[in-house]
Design a protein. Structure first.
Length: 166
């Protein structure tokens, strides 16, 4: 996996948080998560299809998700409410949509977001896929973007050097 497959997500998350939440996002060193499980409490999931295929997850611990979604919505949100789920899902949608726009000369579609709450959510495309994790930090806490994508027609999503390429 080349950095041109991961960089769109890095630039998109930074642009979305700067524009919509007026927060700077620091993206740490990408790494591989071979088991695909997140240790976060809230995960918004977006599917990608077309020339780029896979899954993107935006994952937070609950406290960071509540702070981030509340800033995004402009009011305090209850993590048990529909507005909280909508806000987290919309952030994932905007990040994935921004990344999608950067895949020049590629036909890519994204799905509507699904938001799941609970520990150890596993994002998988197929049995031989690997998750590249982009650890992020902002004023409302830590979160991560989990990217499992590949170009259509390739047999494996990421090679062993995927995280290093980013």
């Amino acid at each position: 996996m080349k950095s041109d497959m991961i960089m769109p997500f890095i630039t998109s998350v930074q642009a979305v948080f700067e524009t919509m939440l007026h927060m700077r996002v620091e993206v740490g060193t990408p790494f591989l998560n071979k088991d695909g499980c997140s240790n976060r409490d809230v995960t918004a999931i977006i599917g990608m299809s077309g020339d780029i295929q896979g899954t993107v997850g935006l994952s937070f611990r609950l406290d960071a998700a509540v702070r981030t979604a509340s800033i995004f919505a402009g009011c305090q949100l209850d993590p048990g409410g529909a507005d909280f789920v909508d806000a987290v899902g919309e952030l994932a949608n905007m990040i994935s949509g921004g990344a999608k726009a950067k895949f020049k000369d590629k036909s890519v579609s994204i799905s509507c977001p699904s938001v799941v709450m609970g520990k150890e959510i596993a994002l998988r495309v197929n049995s031989d896929s690997t998750c590249v994790v982009l650890p992020c930090t902002c004023d409302s806490g830590e979160f991560q973007i989990e990217v499992i994508i590949r170009q259509a027609g390739t047999a494996k999503a990421f090679g062993p050097d995927a995280a290093k390429a980013a």
